[in-house]
Design a protein around this ligand. Structure first.
Ligand SMILES: *Cc1c(COP(=O)(O)O)cnc(C)c1O
Length: 383
């Protein structure tokens, strides 16, 4: 049912393995069936029983008082910022590689009127606690903004799916409470972190005031994110959701998929992690100087691959993976994402999710091997 097969220029049936991201994952059969029969009502009036079930289940799973179902992780982060920063002239303390700072159009500034105070993200997704202590404004004078929120990200997207250490989160939490500043966790891939740590999800979020997670990424749902916190926080979040145009009506159709996700898609994330690691291990075993992966840093479902060549070559590498030639022994197209690194080189990112099977992983490894070999021999013939 889910096979993606296309006809190529060669006339062959060629399989596409899409490793760009986990948001492309489509709902499972069980989700589609649950969506079909979902009981619904008008959620703006608080009358959708399936939405209420998803919110209750989410709050319980994370050991917090309440939850609100939202359209996206971006909306969840923005609402969290708006609730935590109720004074004009507020600022939030964020990692400089955080999704909130880099990839949400500066929504905190654009819509919430809140300044981002960035701190240097380390490779493991954390930042220095000393830098945090230093940047929190203790008694802001008339010139200064008011430090109102600390944001941490788990797993850390741009750091390659890294899982924040629990003892570090605990320390951030106590710095927050020492200074009377809330802590929000952007947990778009929260359950990947819990699976990696082999602890209950509520343990991962124990020391934060609010947390959001996406159901539309590795959990496979078509749409949605859930924001979780105490009752007062969620009541205010619900009000802000409405002004942002996020009040939805018979959203139980979507929440039904979310309930299936919480029940069936969390524990299996370990399979995605194994698949990502298997691909990373294979690349590392190629022992290529051109295409490298730092194996210990592959913790969850994201693999970052450094291309030790100019960026133009990275483009060629990515295009070649997505191309099938007559002479290729493996007839498969691999789609992966690429980005420029700061130094004119490139790196590519590859992400696994439930639709990527063990067989797909084998095929992807063969195809990557083929392309690496081609690049190696092309480069060495130039030398
Ligand atoms: C994907 C992502 C988001 C945003 O979620 P959307 O549902 O795509 O808006 C926020 N934070 C992190 C870390 C993410 O990876």
């Amino acid at each position: 049912m889910y096979e993606k097969i296309v006809k190529t220029e060669l006339g062959d049936d060629v399989k596409i393995i899409d490793l760009r991201t986990d948001t492309i994952s489509r709902p499972t059969q069980e989700m589609r069936e649950a969506m079909f029969v979902a009981e619904v009502g008008d959620d703006v009036y608080g009358e959708d029983p399936t939405v209420a079930d998803l919110e209750r289940a989410s709050a319980e799973l994370l050991g917090k008082e309440d939850a609100v179902f939202l359209a996206s992780g971006t909306m969840a982060n923005l609402i969290a910022v708006m609730v935590h920063c109720s004074h004009r002239g507020s600022e939030i303390l964020v990692g400089d590689k955080s999704h909130i700072f880099r990839l949400e159009q500066g929504g905190a500034a654009q819509i919430a009127g809140v300044q981002c105070q960035p701190m240097k993200n380390k490779d493991d997704g954390t930042f220095s606690l000393d830098e945090l202590r230093e940047k929190i404004r203790k008694n802001p004078d008339i010139h200064e903004p008011i430090s109102s929120l600390i944001v941490i990200e788990n797993t850390h997207n741009l750091c390659g799916g890294k899982v924040l250490p629990l003892d570090w989160i605990e320390k951030v939490g106590s710095i927050g409470s020492d200074n009377n500043i809330a802590v929000h966790m952007d947990g778009a891939r929260l359950f990947n972190a819990a699976i990696h740590l082999k602890v209950m999800p509520k343990r991962v979020v124990r020391d934060v005031d609010s947390v959001c997670f996406c159901i539309s990424k590795g959990l496979g749902c078509p749409v949605g994110a859930v924001l979780v916190g105490n009752t007062d926080f969620i009541t205010r979040a619900r009000r802000i959701r409405k002004v942002l145009g996020g009040g939805w009506r018979q959203a139980g159709v979507l929440a039904a998929a979310g309930l299936v996700a919480l029940n069936t898609m969390i524990n299996r994330l370990r399979i995605d992690h194994e698949h990502a690691y298997r691909i990373a291990k294979a690349i590392s075993d190629f022992k290529s100087d051109l295409i490298k992966v730092d194996l210990p840093s592959v913790q969850t479902n994201i693999v970052m691959i450094n291309i030790n060549l100019p960026y133009s070559e990275t483009r060629k590498f990515v295009m070649r993976l997505a191309e099938v030639r007559e002479s290729d022994p493996v007839k498969v197209k691999i789609k992966i994402g690429m980005r420029q690194d700061g130094k004119g080189g490139g790196f590519v990112r590859l992400v696994t999710q439930w639709e990527v099977t063990s067989e797909d992983v084998n095929l992807a490894i063969s195809k990557i091997g083929l392309v690496v070999e081609e690049f190696e021999s092309r480069i060495s013939s130039k030398l």
